[in-house]
Design a protein around this ligand. Sequence first.
Ligand code: DAK
Length: 275
Amino acid sequence: MNSQVPVCLAQVTEETAHWQNILLEQHADGICQLTINRPKVLNALNAEILAELDQALNLVAKANDVRVLLITGAGEKAFVAGADIAHMKQLTALEGKYFAEQGMAVFRKLENLPVPVIALVNGYALGGGCELAMSCDFILAAENARFGQPEVNLGVTPGFGGSQRLTRLVGRGMAMELLTTGRMMNADEALQRGLANHVYPQADLLDEGVKLAGQIATKSRTAVQLTKQLVQRGQDLDLDNACVMESDVFGLSFSTPDREEGMAAFLEGRKPEFS
Ligand code: DAK
C-alpha cells in the first residue's frame, strides 16, 4: 500500500490479518478501538506486540476515517501488566537497550499521533502498561484499575519513558515515591492525583469511552488535531514561545473550511457540519 495515500481503516484487512496480539476495530463515526490482546499473560508487551502496535499506529495515522483512537487491554484483569518479564529475562544489555528504544519510539509515535488517543485502563497498568497509558492523551479508568511502575522489584529502571512521563503528570515528589517503592495506585488515587480523568465501573468503561470519543468526533477534525499539536508541542516550550505558537496556529485555523462552517453555523443558529 502506498504510504502517502490516506486509507479508509474500515477496509484495511490485508495488513492486519497476520497480527497475533492486536485487534483494531471501527466503532461508528470515526472512533477506532485498539485492543492489546494477550490476556493469558495479562497483555504483557514483548517485541512482537510492539512491532504490531507500531504498524497499527501507522495505519491509524493515515486513515481518513479515524477521528479518535481508544486503547484498551483484552480481558477483565489487565490493561497491560508491563513489559513481558519472560521476554526481558533473555535479553543481553544491548538487546535490552534495543527493546527500550523500540518501546520508546512506539510510545512517542502514539503521543504524536494526529488524532486524540484515550486509554481505557481496565485493570493492571504496570511498568510498560502504565507507560503506554501515560503516552495516550488522557486516561479513563475502571474501578479495578491499578497503576504502578514496579521496575525496582525487578532490579531495573523504567525503560519506556515512565520516569519522565510520570514525573510530568503527578509531580516530582509523588513520582519519586511511586518509582522507588514500586507501589500501586488504585483508580481513586489516580483520579485524585490527576493521572486519570474519570473512574467508571468496569462494565461501563468502554461505553463511557465511546461516548466521550463520540463528543470529540463531532467537532472539527482539523481544530481537534491542531489543538493536540498545541498541547503536545507547547508543554516543552517556555510560555512566551508557546503563546507565539498558539497565535500562529490560531491564524492557521482561520484558513480552514471548518472555521467558515463553524462560524456560519453559529450565526445561522444551526449545528455545524464539519468535514
Ligand atoms: N510479563 C510476563 N508474564 C506476566 C506479566 C509480565 N509483565 N504479568 C503477568 N504475567 C503472567 C503471569 O506469569 C501469569 O502467567 P501463568 O503463570 O498463568 O502462565 C499470568 O500472567 C497471570 O498473572 P498472575 O498469576 O501473576 O496474576 P495475579 O492476579 O496473581 O497477579 C499481577 C497480577 C499483575 C500483580 C502480577 O502478575 C504481577 O506482578 N505481574 C508483573 C508486573 C510487573 O512487574 N510488570 C513488569 C513491570 S516492569 C526496559 C524496557 C522496558 C521495561 C524496563 C526496562 N529496558 C530494556 C531498559 C519495562 C519494564 C516493565 O514493564
